[in-house]
Ligand binder design. Structure first.
Ligand SMILES: C[S@@+](CC[C@H](N)C(=O)[O-])C[C@H]1O[C@@H](n2cnc3c(N)ncnc32)[C@H](O)[C@@H]1O
Length: 261
């Protein structure tokens, strides 16, 4: 999607999106006011942002195995760690939102599809200190840097699966009875996104929460997001433009809210 089209789409989202005053169902309203729009600083934000700063200063170049739809700024095979940190990670605003969602729902386990340098993995791990984050990264060198970050900062509740998503996800799902919280943040194309969604859906329950990154990154991702919304198991969806949140609660009526975030 070209930049002009992306900017126009964001403008349309901004005009059409709702503030908290337009959201009525109690579940969505509470989530919006107490979790999504909670702008207060949390101590747990400190450590992942220290690691991000370290990564932004790191001039080391690593060889990237590109296994998915790369970022717009990713043309080279070799990339500096500082460039990965600058262009390929969730910004603090969205990473902190993902932290708050995980902290609020307190799943026992979280699957993260796309580790990169491990910044959002650390946010998620801090949200569930007694639970476990299983994060998947296919690129060997990138996964090694993420593991180094976890070791250097003594974060023990993250396990990296250094494999292609297609290979790792079925193995992980086989070992978990139920999927409670999934963050989909890699290979932003329609078919793979829907494949990962359908795989995770098989182990989902009424209380599962799926968070999708970059739902409007491309026309393919727009289409994937529409299919997810229309899936019969999905009830409530929240569209924050750069992030989509999916619920399966049968007690909620099927609705999609555009949220101004
Ligand atoms: C956007 S980055 C993840 C960013 C990270 N969640 C954060 O914000 O801190 C996506 C990662 O997924 C990995 N990836 C993409 N497609 C993949 C695939 N098919 N199998 C395994 N890893 C893949 C890429 O190597 C990249 O590091």
């Amino acid at each position: 999607m070209n930049r002009l089209k992306a900017a126009l789409q964001y403008f349309q989202y901004y005009i059409k999106s709702n503030t908290k005053h337009a959201i009525h169902p109690p579940f969505a309203y509470t989530l919006l006011t107490e979790v999504i729009l909670d702008r207060k600083f949390k101590q747990a934000y400190t450590l992942p942002e220290i690691i991000r700063k370290e990564m932004l200063k790191n001039k080391l170049s690593i060889e990237i195995e590109d296994l998915g739809a790369g970022s717009i700024n990713n043309f080279k095979k070799n990339r500096n760690i500082k460039n990965i940190a600058k262009y390929s990670l969730k910004s603090p605003k969205y990473a902190q939102l993902i932290y708050r969602l995980a902290k609020h729902f307190q799943p026992n386990n979280i699957i993260e599809i796309g580790t990169s340098l491990g910044i959002t993995s650390v946010y998620l791990a801090q949200a569930i200190p007694n639970g476990k984050v299983i994060t998947i990264e296919g690129c060997r060198k990138t996964a090694a840097i993420a593991q180094q970050n976890f070791n250097n900062h003594h974060i023990a509740n993250i396990e990296i699966a250094n494999k292609n998503f297609d290979e790792a996800l079925p193995l992980i799902l086989n070992n978990l009875n139920k999927v409670e919280f999934v963050f989909f943040d890699g290979n932003h194309r329609k078919e793979p996104t829907l494949n990962y969604f359908n795989l995770c859906l098989q182990n989902a329950s009424n209380d599962s929460v799926f968070v999708f990154d970059d739902i409007h990154w491309s026309e393919e991702m727009d289409e994937a997001w529409k299919c997810i919304q229309q899936n019969e198991s999905v009830t409530l969806t929240l569209d924050l433009h750069f992030l989509g949140i999916v619920f399966f609660k049968k007690e909620l009526s099927k609705q999609n809210f555009l949220i101004r975030f």
